[in-house]
Design a protein around this ligand. Structure first.
Ligand SMILES: [Zn+2]
Length: 324
């Protein structure tokens, strides 16, 4: 099993993506399937997973490549033992026994983990966190998610829900969050936060920003990648927006460092594509807010390397090992 290829499946809010991955983390073949809507019955989503896995298995089987296991990284709360999806904000899963159901239908060993855990595992094995044992990954996508690697092992917590940093309070009585609380970190450091501020800027007249031209004066047309592109092209207002999000990122990282003391932070997700435009302000804010600063080593802050493939590469590697 250890030497065989495995299939990694990444189930997010907008797609099911899958790939055949070899033991060195290289993607050999890919498939993806239509968006399962959040009201779609669990059985339909499971069928979609079975279909992409079967398709890939047939495809590489013709080339003599044997698939030994299947790993699933899912956007949701996965129970500590990997058996059950407790809840997923983007899918209709409530206490869904996904692992056993897929194993039965596929006739292969299956492991299930949280998608951020899978991405962190991939970065630690093949990407930006290679060789590091105490790592925290923070993904700035729509919201803010994360994972914890402790002495080289994924730290899932007692109930499988460790690393949900996005809902730590960073601003008492701050902006309202979907979770029901106020002032959550992801209201200030996430793709949604970046887009919200960019739209507000354009609505306020734009201050001469290139973003006004980018969205033809229609704020709702603005996306995170627009802001990153405008910042790369030198638009000072867009650089400033990324600086704000980066500064909030760094302030929150200081809180995480206070709790977990990692040696390395890996920053992924769509907003992470902005690279040092985001990471430099984050490093500065972390240095300013780190408890005991000046008397302790600074954790490093680096960008993720595996991009959108991290989740499926990590899920495949976890499957090959029977979940690390
Ligand atoms: Zn929240």
């Amino acid at each position: 099993m250890a030497g065989a290829a495995a299939i990694g499946v990444d189930i997010g809010g907008t797609k099911v993506a899958a790939a055949v991955v070899n033991p060195t983390g290289a993607v050999l073949a890919r498939a993806r399937t239509a968006t399962p809507h959040r009201t779609t019955a669990p059985a339909v989503v499971e069928q979609a997973i079975v279909d992409v896995v079967t398709q890939l298995r047939d495809e590489v089987g013709g080339q003599g490549i044997d698939v030994g296991a299947v790993g699933v990284g899912a956007a949701g709360f996965v129970s500590e033992d990997g058996e059950v999806i407790r809840f997923s904000p983007h899918l209709s899963w409530r206490d869904e026994p996904l692992r056993a159901e897929l194993a039965r239908r596929l006739g292969l060993p299956v492991v299930v983990d949280n998608d951020a855990n899978a991405a962190l595992w991939a970065e630690s094995r093949f990407g930006a966190a290679r060789g590091a044992d105490d790592v925290v990954m923070v993904n700035l996508g729509t919201g803010l998610g994360g994972g914890v690697l402790r002495r080289g092992q994924l730290e899932r917590g007692r109930f499988g829900m460790a690393g949900e940093f996005g809902h730590m309070c960073v601003v008492p009585d701050g902006l309202r969050c979907e979770c029901g609380n106020r002032g959550c970190w992801e209201q200030y450091a996430s793709g949604n936060a970046l887009v919200r501020e960019a739209r507000a800027l354009v609505e306020a007249g734009g201050g001469g920003s290139a973003l006004v031209a980018f969205c033809a004066g229609t704020p709702a047309a603005l996306t995170g990648p627009c802001v990153t592109q405008a910042a790369r092209d030198g638009d000072p207002a867009s650089v400033g927006l990324l600086q704000e999000v980066g500064t909030w990122l760094g302030r929150g990282l200081a809180n995480v460092a206070a709790a977990l003391d990692p040696g390395l932070f890996v920053i992924g997700g769509g907003v992470g594509d902005a690279g040092d435009l985001l990471l430099d302000p984050a490093r500065e804010a972390l240095a300013r807010h780190l408890p005991g600063r000046g008397f302790r080593p600074m954790p490093q802050v680096v960008g993720a390397r595996l991009g959108n493939d991290a989740g499926l590469i990590g899920a495949a590697d976890l499957a090959r090992r029977g979940r690390a």
